[in-house]
Each structure stands twice: as structure tokens, then as C-alpha cells.
Design a protein around this ligand. Structure first.
Ligand SMILES: Cc1cc2nc3c(=O)[nH]c(=O)nc-3n(C[C@H](O)[C@H](O)[C@H](O)COP(=O)(O)OP(=O)(O)OC[C@H]3O[C@@H](n4cnc5c(N)ncnc54)[C@H](O)[C@@H]3O)c2cc1C
Length: 391
């Protein structure tokens, strides 16, 4: 860790932090974990209670050339250091990113800011498929206006070295760059749990209940390796994000020492920035709402981040997509894109989802107004009012 070193845990909290120890097996009957250290020694430890918090790993596509020098993933600090070293020691003028998720997009911005030309490529022809199409188009236009090549709908069959650098080859693809970053998502590290016979769930994450208990006695799991309940659908979901990992860690720790903590669930609230745009979401998108069996209706509005009367600076556009359930009137999800005022604005609808509010009740909430911060009617209130007309 950067924020707190292992030694601080040892000195201040009296926690026996054993870095360089990889757990390979768990025996729930004997209540032991076993594995090996980085210097090749085997170990076995007994436990009364076990918390599995093994996180997730970057997915690497099984294509020839993915292990070539100059091809990277970005998951942990070491990956970041390797990328930085490569950039320092090589004259990288062009990078190719495989994947277009939030980490890929954040990396794209960082590389462009270093004056490196970037092409992005992925097999799905739909750019940001979870985002409302007109809002996704705004982001895509923003990327292209920065000179980023967006190759959505192109399969990479192999990576090879050529005289011009690293070459990505596919049926209708031939891109060349000095480095390649693979950012195609993560998968839960559940191998240890799986081999011990623990129940797995969505995307092979470890199945846990509200108290973070797994299917095995005295074993808990929390964070990216474990599933969670979705507060809107009530169904199991797997959303690898930091707050819910951290919160689950705290709750699991409480339960391990005999307290009785139970989590309500997650809404999948998330935000990222790419170049000038902030992109945020909470709850379900239209497709997810329909798949979950809701009678979902949606509406997208364009508003602004400041009052038009506010003369000090131009208001920035904000697009809001809101989803509601026609049958119950419930708010199901909100997405937002804009050049300012998006990131924290998503938190009001996130709270509304937690409280199972209807769109009508949300439209009555007394949100703050002053010209520098938004129009009199907050964009999310305008979105709710407009959605109500369709419900
Ligand atoms: C580049 C990047 C940017 C991100 N940005 C955001 C963001 O802006 N907002 C957000 O909400 N989330 C973000 N995330 C996601 C967030 O980092 C994760 O959700 C969070 O770190 C999960 O915490 P965790 O403790 O469950 O897992 P991790 O942080 O992955 O920790 C798991 C630990 O378990 C160890 N481990 C794994 N297997 C074993 C084993 N067999 N034996 C022993 N130890 C093992 C690993 O070495 C690691 O130390 C980002 C992730 C990445 C990669």
C-alpha cells in the first residue's frame, strides 16, 4: 500500500502482516490455509475465523503476443510502476489501448496528456454500452476531438512485433504503436474459495450473505472477490468498486469478532472523468431494468451546471438519463454526463435509490440552489419532472 505501509499495521495495530505469502488452498474442515512464500517456503496456518479478501485480477486476453515487452495491464501499483518505467525509458509516441472501460479511458487521458497519440480498440461495436446512447456519443465525440482513434467493433487476434513497434492484427484491424495497454476488465480472485468447495456466484465471485458469510462455516469474504445484493433488484450482483469493498471489509471484521453487522446492498454508484467529461451512474440502466422485470421507462434531458443568469462563466451542459418503474413509480437509476457538476450530483439519486423513493417523491426533494452551482431546478429534478410525464 501507499497510504499505509505494512510496518504501520505491525507497529500500531499489532497485526501480523505477512507480505509475500500467497494462499493457495483452504481446508474448511481442518480450518487451515496453506500456500507458499515468494522465497519458495511452504506455510500452513490454522484459523478460528477466515476472511477471504483476495480482490480481483486484470483479465488478460488469450491471444498470441499478449506477453510481449511493451504490453501491460493496470491493476496494482507494480503494474503502474512498470508502465511509468517503460514510458520513461522508451520514446513512446503512440499507444494502443485494448478495452474502453473506465480504467482504459482514464489511461487514455493520462497518455494523451503526455503527448502520446492513442488508439482504442474493442470487439463490441457499441461504445460504453451501459450508457444511454446519446450520452455515450457525447463522450465518444469528446475522445475523437482529442485525436483518439476509437476502433469499436474490431477484434484483436494477435499482437506481434514489427519494425514499426507493436502491431495489433485482427480480421479488419492493423494498428501499430510503441506500447499496448490491456484494460478489458477484472475477474474476482475466487480460486482459493472455489477449490475449497465454497459456493460461487455472479462472474465466479464468492457468494456471501448480508453478513459477508460464505457457504462454509467460519469463512467470510469481502471486497472485489465477493458478490453483493443490488438494492434496486434485490438480486445478487458483482460490482468491483472501492467503497463497497471497504464497507464490506469493515462489516466482515465486525462479524468475525462476534458483532452482528449486515449490509443493505449496493447501487453500483460510480463516477469517472475522461478529458473534459465527468460520467456518473447509480442504479440500473434501461436494459438492466427491463431484464430485472421492471416496467421501465426512461427519459434523457439536457440541462446545465450553473444558472444561465450567472455571468461569471458560461454554464456547462449536463445530460441526465433517468429510469423509473411505471408500475410502482419507483426510481430505478440515473446516469449523468457533463463537463462539470456531475460527480457529486449523482449522490442525491443514489440516496433516493437506497430509500426506494418514487420518481414523484424525488421530484419533490428540496435540493440546494444558487446560480454558481446549478439552475433553480437541479438537473436531476428536471429529469424527474420530465420522466413523470412518461410514467
Ligand atoms: C486502475 C484502477 C482504478 C480504480 N479506480 C477506482 C475508482 O476510482 N473508484 C472505485 O470505486 N474503484 C476503483 N477501482 C477499484 C478498486 O480499486 C477496487 O474495487 C478495490 O481495490 C477492491 O479492494 P479489495 O480489497 O477487495 O481488493 P484488492 O485491492 O485487489 O486487494 C486484494 C489483495 O489480496 C491479495 N491477494 C490476492 N490473492 C491472494 C492470495 N491467494 N493470497 C494472499 N493474498 C492474495 C492481493 O495481493 C491484494 O493485496 C480501481 C481499480 C483499478 C485497478
Amino acid at each position: 500500500l501507499v497510504v499505509r505501509h505494512a510496518q504501520v499495521f505491525r507497529d500500531k495495530q499489532n497485526i501480523n502482516v505477512l507480505t509475500g505469502h500467497c494462499v493457495e488452498t483452504t481446508n474448511p474442515d481442518k480450518q487451515t490455509v496453506a500456500g507458499s512464500t515468494t522465497d519458495g517456503k511452504d506455510f500452513e496456518f490454522p484459523y478460528d475465523r477466515l476472511l477471504i479478501a483476495t480482490g480481483s485480477s486484470a483479465i488478460r486476453p488469450e491471444i498470441p503476443g499478449v506477453d510481449l515487452a511493451g504490453v501491460f495491464v493496470l491493476k496494482d501499483l507494480d503494474d503502474g510502476r512498470k508502465i511509468k518505467n517503460f514510458l520513461k525509458n522508451n520514446n513512446v509516441k503512440k499507444a494502443i489501448i485494448i478495452g474502453m472501460g473506465y480504467i482504459a479511458l482514464e489511461m487514455c487521458e493520462s497518455l494523451v496528456n503526455l503527448d502520446i497519440a492513442v488508439d482504442m480498440v474493442k470487439p463490441n461495436p457499441v461504445f460504453l454500452p451501459w450508457l444511454e446512447p446519446s450520452m455515450a456519443a457525447v463522450i465518444r465525440d469528446g475522445l475523437e476531438s482529442k485525436g483518439v482513434g476509437v476502433y469499436a467493433g474490431h477484434v484483436v487476434d494477435r499482437i506481434q512485433t514489427s519494425s514499426a513497434g507493436l502491431q495489433l492484427i485482427g480480421p479488419d484491424l492493423n494498428l501499430t504503436g510503441d506500447m499496448v495497454l490491456v484494460g478489458i476488465g477484472v475477474k474476482p480472485n475466487s480460486r482459493v474459495a472455489d477449490s475449497a468447495g465454497l459456493e460461487l456466484s455472479i462472474a465466479k465471485s464468492i457468494a456471501v450473505d448480508r453478513s459477508l458469510k460464505t457457504s462454509a462455516k467460519n469463512i467470510y469474504a469481502a471486497g472485489d472477490c465477493a458478490d453483493a445484493l443490488h438494492i434496486v433488484t434485490g438480486a445478487k450482483t458483482w460490482i468491483p468498486l472501492a467503497l463497497r469493498a471497504n464497507r464490506a471489509g469493515w462489516a466482515a471484521a465486525d462479524n468475525v469478532i462476534g458483532k452482528n453487522a449486515a449490509l443493505e446492498g449496493v447501487a453500483g454508484t460510480a463516477v469517472f472523468r475522461v478529458f473534459d467529461f465527468e460520467v456518473a451512474r447509480t442504479g440500473l440502466n434501461l436494459e438492466e431494468a427491463q431484464r430485472a422485470g421492471f416496467d421501465a421507462v426512461e427519459n434523457t434531458i439536457q440541462s446545465s451546471s450553473r444558472a444561465h443568469s450567472y455571468s461569471s462563466s458560461r454554464p456547462h451542459p449536463i445530460w441526465v438519463n433517468m429510469i423509473g418503474d411505471k408500475k410502482s413509480g419507483r426510481l430505478l437509476g440515473v446516469q449523468m454526463v457533463g463537463t462539470e457538476g456531475v460527480a457529486h450530483r449523482i449522490n442525491a439519486p443514489a440516496v433516493a435509490l437506497q430509500n426506494r423513493m418514487t420518481v414523484a417523491r424525488y421530484s419533490q426533494t428540496d435540493l440546494a440552489y444558487a446560480p454558481p452551482f446549478g439552475p433553480t431546478w437541479d438537473p436531476t429534478l428536471t429529469a424527474a419532472n420530465q420522466l413523470l410525464k412518461k410514467m
